[in-house]
Design a binder for this molecule. Sequence first.
Ligand SMILES: [Zn+2]
Length: 321
Amino acid sequence: MTVMNVRRLIPTTALAGAVALGVVSLSACSATSDAADKGNDGKLDVVASFYPMQYLAEQIGGGHVAVNTLTRPGVEPHDLELKPKQIGELGEADVVLYLKGIQPAVDDAIAQAGVKHTVDAATLTELEEHGTGVGHDHGGEEAHEGEAGADPHVWLDPVKYAEVARGVGSALEKADPGHAADYRKNTEALVKKLGDLDTAFETGLKNTATKTFITTHSAFGYLAERYGLDQEGISGMDPESEPSPARIKELQDIAAKDKVSTVFFETLASDKTAKTLAGDAGLGTDVLDPLEGITGQSRGDDYIEVMQSNLAALKKALGAR
Ligand SMILES: [Zn+2]
């Protein structure tokens, strides 16, 4: 920010007395004073990388933020490509909220364009590595069994998502201190909703006939760990990767041994492999939504609603009592 910008924010009559104030806000520089300076009716200009980040920004930011999401509804976010205009928006945002490790195009743009004011959700909670039974294939040929790499799908655990929500709340407070009280209140309300969701999963999945679920896209490692389930992924972390014939055979054996009833697929990626596997093994299919985007096909209008649908689907598939 330049000195010119600071001057423009201060009414001329107050200028003499406010110079010291201007210096303070300069040295404590954040997106703060820029916020009132931009379009968006003085709203904090937030760029969210994909839906789980957008939901946090909207819920916590409420009426004080204008949220722009890089991944359009219906686009599979792992493979997102950015247009030059979007990279420009990253540079101009008051806050860029993203999750390092899930969208290489976003990570690269932030690193290469030297984007400031970023909030990396991956730093707001502890990420873990999850075995999925298959290599962590991120779209390359180098998918190796057990190859390290933290699982980025952290929002599918309501407890960890609440930790991220608290971090995002703090970041918005810092970026826009004038509305800190509202951000704090909204964060508490969201954390409460996520707590209720956690309780619903905990009780709903306590007593089930089986703990194993098969799903196309290995997005549910955190959820499985939180509620004592076993996720068996057909493809890896990347929903577009194809399983090997050996993996298919293995899944058929697991399905028989663990009394699996259902093969889950998702709405944003191909369901072909899931349906073939289910057909061959005489299993049903259902949707388990990794919430990487909300579309007209989503079973719910927002994070909480879709997660409740996921819980209902899991209870049915696992034979909850
Ligand atoms: Zn994913």
